[in-house]
Design a binder for this molecule. Structure first.
Ligand code: SAH
Length: 412
């Protein structure tokens, strides 16, 4: 990766910029990948309808010389019909369609490689952005009658989206982290992944009858809270009622972070009750420093405090992500320490632990835990009253998550 200086701006305060620069220096001295807090800022995508707020949309159509009511009309096509191509919008004069397309709906995502598994109920798409950067999104449908791999229970769909091209957080077990950060995505580039996923479901391209996206998780490529402005703008548009947004409930949205404490606090203060997931992966600073280099800046206690504050302010139960790595972080003693570290208000009612069997990256020295160690880890948490689940491992054969598909294509 090339050396990067941190530009001011992008919502970072001057003190944050210098703190991050110092942090990068420290980590550079010891880590395989430097931490990068701010994107280099290259390849800014063209402005898109999905980037704008309701007010900006009205101003933009007027600027183009169109009557103001066209704004609602365009939004209905985009958010209700999930249609980003004005050439077929018959309620818009033919002469205006090309101008609207050019001004507001430039093509942002090109599907490079769609891959599916689990009987077609897991669909992963690798997208190329206008500057050649690669990102991915994964649609997972659950509870489809007749398809065992989709699991049981209610028929619902979760879409996992990327917030950055690459990632600057340098976690050594994560393929994206090892590839470094290319750039932040714009709100439109994030939202376009949702529009595409919602369209696939609506059009019946996924087995199980036409459906809707119920859950959105920021667990694709990138550290969402390092791209705070675009991610919060995305959440605003996801939750805005039609015709000005996708009308998705904030409860169905999960923002997953490696633990950027000031940004967790800012997200809590923003007052949009999305679910927060914190990638902890170790209950002790010594091991977490290695697994999540950002821990050298905000340690386990800082992160758990911020997570608990998030719970107090939003009343949303926080999810703690913990990738189980064989003989690294999967000992019963660590489960016990995890339970202790998470105890707040006399118990664990504010939190839920989500164990993720490690998906080893190519060439990794680490692998997933043995079944019996995983079971012992779960039992140790349950004995202490910690709510815990083990994440299913859908999509493994298509490099289901964690940046592996983009990494393999970039290397071709
Ligand atoms: N930057 C965000 C989103 C990362 S992806 C974050 O750190 O939370 C979502 C989850 O997948 C994170 O918990 C991440 O640590 C985890 N993850 C990354 N690589 C993994 C791998 N190879 N196996 C299992 N989980 C992994």
């Amino acid at each position: 990766m090339t050396e990067q200086t941190i530009p001011a701006g992008d919502g970072l305060r001057a003190d944050e910029v210098s703190a991050y620069a110092a942090l990068e220096d420290r980590v550079r001295a010891g880590a395989t990948m430097p931490l990068t807090m701010a994107a280099p800022g290259r390849g800014k995508p063209p402005r898109h309808w999905l980037d704008l707020t309701g007010e900006q949309r009205r101003a933009a159509v007027t600027e183009l010389g169109l009557p103001g009511f066209r704004a609602d009309q365009i939004s209905r096509h985009v958010f209700e019909h999930l249609d980003l191509d004005p050439s077929g919008w018959t309620d818009l004069p033919a002469a205006d369609r090309g101008r609207v397309a050019e001004a507001f709906l430039p093509s942002l995502l090109t599907s490079v490689r769609p891959l599916s598994c689990d009987g077609g109920t897991t669909l992963k798409t690798l997208w190329r952005l206008h500057d050649g950067s690669l990102i991915e999104s994964v649609l997972m449908r659950y509870g489809v009658p007749g398809i065992r791999a989709s699991g049981s229970g209610r028929n619902r769909a979760t879409l996992c989206i990327s917030s950055q091209a690459g990632c600057g957080m340098a976690c050594p077990f994560c393929a994206t982290g090892q590839g470094g950060l290319q750039r932040n995505l714009s709100a439109a580039e994030i939202l376009a992944q949702v529009v595409a996923g919602a369209r696939s479901l609506r059009d019946g391209e996924i087995p199980g009858a036409p459906g809707r996206v119920n859950n959105i998780v920021f667990m694709g490529m990138g550290e969402p809270l390092a791209n705070f402005k675009a991610v919060t703008a995305t959440i605003d548009t996801l939750t805005a009622p039609a015709p000005h947004g996708l009308g998705i409930s904030a409860r169905g949205i999960t923002v997953s972070t490696v633990g950027l404490v000031p940004r967790i606090n800012a997200l809590a203060d923003a007052g949009v009750p999305v679910t927060l997931a914190v990638s902890l992966h170790a209950p002790d600073d010594e091991l977490r420093d290695e697994l999540c280099p950002i821990n050298t800046r905000w340690n386990v206690a800082d992160v758990v405090d911020a997570a608990h504050r998030y719970f107090r302010l939003t009343k949303r139960r926080v999810s703690i992500e913990y990738a189980l790595i064989r003989d690294v972080n999967d000992q019963v003693a660590r489960a016990e320490l995890l339970a202790e570290v998470l105890r707040r208000d006399g118990g664990h009612g504010w939190v839920h632990v989500n164990l993720i069997p490690l998906n080893p990256t190519p060439g990794s020295k680490w692998t997933a835990s043995r079944r019996r160690d995983e079971a012992a880890f779960v039992a140790a948490l349950e004995r202490r009253g910690v709510a815990v689940t083990v994440r299913d491992t859908r999509g493994r054969e298509i490099d289901g998550a964690c940046g592996q598909l983009a990494a393999s294509v970039a290397g071709e």
